[in-house]
Write a protein that binds this ligand. Structure first.
Ligand code: SF4
Length: 379
């Protein structure tokens, strides 16, 4: 992506003509992003915090960028937590960290048959991409060989994109995984370099950056994103968005922090739905071609504004996250459809998806204990 001069139009327009601002400023945001130009830090800050920057036109400006590259499609992803817990790292937000006492269902790597069955289910339910996620600092060479075998089996059986999240890896591991057919490697930056020591002590921002660079070196597409709400400043979010822009990540999950008791980071962030939407818009302006995914915390922090997130973002997880459940698939699909977006799924899966949905949308009749609670309690 070309690195050109930083632009901030807010001062120019705000000073000259307030009435004009509503069109000019937002249109400039769209055109600046589409031309591959960078917004200044001051402009990014205003997008996140200035009340003069109104939410609806901001969402529309981000939507114009999203529409250019992704039209009205929404890509759906299903996570498979292939190994849960047993991690020696101490990421303060993570329920699987060695330092966490969270009550999670820990298990070593699932048997191959289980992972393959889940890949089949992801394919059948219409997911465009199947994500295999493993806890841990990073895989041993033996584990890399095993994962490579699994990936090539999934790719041979189902026409589905495969993404792997396996911790820190080097160039040799990245090469093996790429040769097996891996489409993408996920490794989130999570937060800025400056804020990183406050969320983890066992590895650094630089370690994470080197993993992404190893993937890039062998031509693997990168998926890397952020967690909003871990005590960072707005500038930290701006710096992560810019780092991801420089890495030219193909996929960019935006998580909104959900504190899990038993982890080191238990403070509930004061994120408003409007702020979350502003973050998504900023990430779209700075990463116009990236597949921006609304990830963990969307239901909790966006609340009734959840559907608005589809204007800057073009992708979402269904069926929950690593250690937290999400909204049911049926409700998510309905939300996407009601807002006029179309779901991007694998060729040939439309019929299967329709059949699944017909079954799921059957009216659920109220049980007697709901209809007549007094009668139930008196028996
Ligand atoms: S985020 Fe990954 S590396 Fe960090 S503690 Fe959790 S599983 Fe381990």
């Amino acid at each position: 992506m070309p690195q050109t001069k930083s632009l901030c139009y807010t001062e120019i327009v705000w000073k000259s003509d307030v009435k004009n601002m509503k069109t000019t400023f937002y249109q400039k945001l769209t055109s600046t992003s589409l031309q591959g130009e960078l917004l200044s830090d001051a402009c990014c800050e205003k997008i996140l915090t200035a009340s003069e920057v109104e939410l609806l036109p901001l969402l529309d400006a981000a939507y114009q960028v999203r529409k250019t590259y992704f039209q009205n499609t929404v890509q759906l992803h299903i996570l498979n937590n292939a190994q849960n817990g047993y991690c020696p790292e101490d990421c303060h937000y993570c329920a699987q960290a060695s330092s966490a006492t969270a009550d999670i269902e820990a298990y070593p790597l699932k048997p191959d048959a289980e992972i393959l069955a889940e890949a089949e289910r992801a394919y059948a339910s219409g997911a465009y991409r199947y994500c295999i996620v493993m806890s841990g600092r990073g895989p041993s060479p033996k584990r890399v060989a095993h994962l490579a075998e699994l990936i090539s089996t999934v790719k041979a059986r189902y026409p589905i994109e495969v993404c792997l999240s396996a911790g820190l890896i080097d160039v040799a591991a990245a090469q093996t995984l790429k040769a097996a057919g891996l489409d993408r490697l996920n490794h989130n930056l999570n937060t800025s370099e400056a804020h990183y020591p406050k969320i983890c002590s066992t590895h650094s921002y630089q370690d994470r950056m080197e993993t992404l660079q190893a993937a890039q070196r062998v031509g693997l597409a990168c998926c890397s994103g952020v967690i909003v709400g871990m005590g960072e400043e707005t500038d930290d979010l701006i710096q992560v968005a810019k780092a991801l822009r420089e890495l030219e990540v193909a996929s960019l999950p935006v998580n909104f922090f959900l504190p899990i008791s038993g982890t080191q980071l238990t403070e509930t962030p004061t994120l408003t739905p409007a702020y979350c939407l502003r973050v998504l818009c900023l990430y779209r302006f700075l990463n116009p071609r990236a597949e921006i995914r609304i990830a963990a915390g969307r239901e909790h922090h966006l609340r009734n504004m959840e559907v608005m997130a589809l204007y800057p973002a073009n992708s979402m997880f269904i069926e929950g996250y690593l250690n937290a459940t999400g909204t049911g698939t049926s409700r998510t699909l309905q939300m996407i459809e009601d807002a006029g977006f179309t779901i991007k799924i694998n060729v040939g899966d439309e019929e299967q998806l329709k059949q699944n949905e017909t079954k799921k949308r059957d009216v659920l009749l109220k049980e007697l204990k709901v209809l007549r609670p007094r009668m139930e309690s008196s028996t």
